[in-house]
Write a protein that binds this ligand. Structure first.
Ligand code: SAM
Ligand code: SF4
Length: 446
């Protein structure tokens, strides 16, 4: 517990400094540095139903609005290409990227035309696993990630997912059918643990059913809840209990160990299968396109506008959606960033650290390595690589949880700055028809 508190406090301070930036006006991202590798992230912020706990940038789906958005997304992709970027990997996240299949396919096809894409990963929901979707994605997508969260109907109802995305048994059957067709080299299932009403028994059942899906990868996210969401959960399903998070983490690690091995601090891959992991350690730098996406380039975080209206306006006036940049990371902060990103992917490459920073990991990361050692987090150090124990993986999970929580705070702030009109789209059950003209469909080609 003490180690976890130290990590939480340290990451809070670091994230606060570098994520909560003073707005500086930007029209585009910087150009790429020759010889560097980058990943492209594209955000599709629409969902048919807005889950109670979710802090990501997402709006209630309406077809005209989403079509309009996809066209601008492709325009932004072209602008990234014109800046000189190339990418071997495209990750499409949401929201629900598969919400408009024809637009998604056109976007993937454009990415393959513009860049040397080898792998495409996309997120989806269990109600989008029909044969039309699967046939269209097969060959285009190498990694399909399905959001399940839990197979327990009570939890799914409390998360407000049951009605739209199906019951636990329906979801299980649908994923089994996808896995049997072997359409995707990597089939991932996203789960959430430590939801207030998730008992140990429910968690064990979720792990057992996850193994039955046939998926070859899984990610167990610890529930992240903003103060507002925590208050809402406390009133309805119960208080969040962070004290049991570590215990649940170990239950997951042990429950999966006979069929899966850890592939990142919170992801597991089925034994004996080579696949694309969600977390690609070799690329510390990424370009984010789409409303609310982040980029990390050289030593800065760049943030795209969270407003759909502004997104549209910026793209229509020839600007990219990036609207803010954080202060440059200091040398120490870059060392720490490497420490967290490498170890989140389960090993710290000391040779690469020394090559990139001109100082050995023992010197550049002395406090971090000493802390991990003391906390019982280091499994081995053979001179080239440092690897983690299960405890170490848990501590890295805490670090990533804090980083994501900071991004969610940033999204909360951005949401507060949205117009009343757009804020309505964040609330389930309100029909936002009659919206602003600038959000209406535009016939201009993407
Ligand atoms: C942002 S969603 C996008 C894909 C899709 N809409 C879905 O629901 O899976 C990706 C995953 O993030 C995770 N997630 C979303 N909100 C979360 C939260 N508050 N805490 C932990 N994980 C969360 C869920 O496991 C979800 O499947
Ligand atoms: S968890 Fe997925 S489906 Fe639910 S609101 Fe978030 S992005 Fe949308």
């Amino acid at each position: 517990m003490l180690a976890e508190r130290i990590v939480t406090a340290a990451l809070h301070a670091l994230n606060k400094r570098y994520l909560h930036q003073a707005p500086i006006e930007l029209d585009r991202l910087p150009e790429p540095i020759p010889g560097r590798s980058y990943v492209l992230y594209a955000h599709v912020p629409f969902c048919e139903r807005l889950c109670l706990y979710c802090g990501f940038n997402r709006f209630l789906y309406r077809e005209d609005r989403a079509r309009h958005y996809f066209r601008r997304l492709r325009r932004e992709m072209r602008m990234v290409s014109e800046l000189g970027y190339d990418f071997p990997s495209l990750y499409i996240g949401g929201g629900t990227p598969t919400i408009l299949l024809d637009e998604l396919c056109e976007t993937i096809d454009l990415a393959r035309d513009l860049f040397s894409i080898e792998e495409v990963s996309t997120e989806t929901n269990p109600n989008h696993l029909g044969s039309d979707t699967l046939d269209a994605l097969s060959g285009r997508v190498q990694r399909l990630s399905i959001g399940v969260q839990s197979f327990e109907d009570t939890l799914l109802r409390q998360m407000d997912r049951y009605e739209k995305y199906g019951s636990g048994s329906e979801i299980l059957e649908r994923i089994q059918a996808v896995a049997e067709r072997k359409l995707f080299p990597s089939l991932n299932v996203d789960m959430i643990f430590n939801f207030p009403s998730q008992t140990e028994e429910v968690l064990r059942r979720d792990i057992a059913l996850l193994k039955e899906t046939g998926a070859n990868q899984t990610t167990f996210y610890p529930l992240l809840a903003s103060p507002k969401t925590r208050a809402r959960l406390a009133k309805t399903v119960g208080r969040m209990d962070y004290a049991r998070e570590e215990r649940y983490f170990h239950i997951i690690a042990e429950g999966l160990a006979d069929e899966f091995h850890p592939s990142a601090a919170w992801s597991y891959s089925r034994d004996g299968e080579g696949m694309i992991d969600e977390y690609i350690v070799d690329y510390g730098e990424y370009v984010g396109i789409g409303s609310g996406a982040l980029s990390f380039l050289k030593n800065r975080i760049y943030v795209n506008t969270f407003s759909l209206k502004e997104y549209s306006e910026r793209l229509d006036s020839g600007r990219m959606s990036v609207s803010k940049a954080g202060p440059p990371y200091s040398r120490r902060a870059m060392h720490r960033y490497r420490f967290v990103t490498d170890l989140f992917g389960l090993r710290l490459d000391k040779e690469r650290f020394a090559r990139d920073f001109g100082v050995s990991a023992e010197i550049g990361l002395a406090p971090e390595l000493a802390f991990m050692k003391l906390a019982g987090g280091i499994a081995s150090d053979d001179g080239r690589y440092v690897t983690l124990t299960e405890k170490g993986r848990y501590l890295l999970m805490v670090m990533m949880r804090e980083t994501l929580a900071s991004s969610n705070d940033l999204r909360d702030q951005a949401r507060n700055a949205l117009s009343d009109e757009e804020r309505m789209l964040l609330i389930e059950g309100i029909d936002p028809s009659g919206a602003d003209e600038s959000l209406a469909p535009n016939t201009a080609a993407g």
